[in-house]
Design a protein around this ligand. Structure first.
Ligand code: TMP
Length: 211
C-alpha cells in the first residue's frame, strides 16, 4: 500500500548555452540539497567516462571527425546507456541534478541543419525530467565570460544558432531563469524550484520523453 512506497527522487535538468553558468549552479544545487540531508547526485551529459563518452569527448576536442548524424546518435546512446541506472536511482529516492540532457542533444544537432523530429526520435523513451531549468543568456554575453575553450561548439556564430534551436524546444513547463543575474540570485531561484519539485514529484509516476 502507498504508505510503504518509498518516495522517488526528482530528475532535475539544467540547460543553456555554453558558459551560461549551468555547471556552477548544478554544483551549488547539489551541495544545498546535500546540506538538507536529501539523497542527491550530480550527473552530466555527455558522460565522458564510458566508451561511447570517450568517442564523444574525442570528437568535441576535434581529435576525431564524425558526420553530424553519427555524433548525434552517439550523444543519444550515451544517455541510453545510463537510462537503467537513472531509473533505479530515482526509484530508490535519489534526486539527480543533471547538467544537460536530450534538449542539448536536439538543439546542438538541429543547429547544424538536421531535422528537429529526426533529432528527437532516438531520445524517445528516455526518462522525462520533472523539472527543466533553462538558464537564459544572450550568446554575446556568454561569449564575454572568459574566453571560450577550444572545444568544437564554443563559437559565437554557432551558439547563436543553438539559442534559436532551444527556443523551438522550449515549452511552458520549462522554468526560464535570467542567467545574467548574480550567482546568488540564480542559486536561490533554482533552490526554490528544486525543493518544490522534490516535494511534489513522488505523486507523479516516472514518464517518458516525447511519446
Ligand atoms: P559540456 O561542455 O557540458 O561537457 O558539453 C559538451 C558539448 O557537447 C557542449 O557544447 C554541448 C554539446 N552537446 C551536444 O551537442 N549534444 C548533447 O546531447 C549534449 C549532452 C551536449
Amino acid at each position: 500500500n502507498s504508505e510503504h512506497v518509498a518516495r522517488r527522487g526528482a530528475l532535475i535538468v539544467l540547460e543553456g548555452l555554453d558558459r551560461c553558468g549551468k555547471t556552477t549552479q548544478c554544483g551549488r544545487l547539489v551541495s544545498f540539497l546535500e546540506g538538507r540531508g536529501l539523497p542527491v547526485e550530480a550527473w552530466r551529459f555527455p558522460d565522458r567516462n564510458t566508451a561511447i563518452g570517450k568517442m564523444i569527448s574525442s570528437y568535441l576536442m576535434n581529435n576525431t571527425q564524425l558526420d553530424d548524424q553519427t555524433i548525434h546518435l552517439l550523444f543519444s546512446a550515451n544517455r541510453w546507456e545510463k537510462r537503467l541506472l537513472m531509473e533505479n536511482k530515482l526509484r530508490n529516492g535519489t534526486t539527480l541534478v543533471v547538467d544537460r540532457y536530450s534538449y542539448s542533444g536536439v538543439s546542438f544537432s538541429a543547429s547544424k541543419g538536421l531535422d528537429v523530429n529526426w533529432c528527437k526520435a532516438p531520445e524517445k523513451g528516455l526518462i522525462a525530467p520533472d523539472l527543466v531549468i533553462y538558464m537564459d543568456i544572450s550568446p554575446e554575453e556568454a561569449a564575454k565570460r572568459g574566453s571560450y575553450g577550444i572545444e568544437r561548439y564554443e563559437q559565437l556564430d554557432f551558439q547563436k544558432k543553438v539559442a534559436h534551436s532551444y527556443q523551438i524546444l522550449l515549452d511552458t513547463t520549462w522554468k526560464v531563469i535570467d542567467a545574467s543575474l548574480s550567482l546568488e540570485l540564480i542559486e536561490n531561484q533554482i533552490q526554490e524550484l528544486a525543493l518544490e519539485t522534490i516535494e511534489s514529484c513522488p505523486k507523479m509516476p516516472l514518464s517518458s520523453l516525447w511519446i
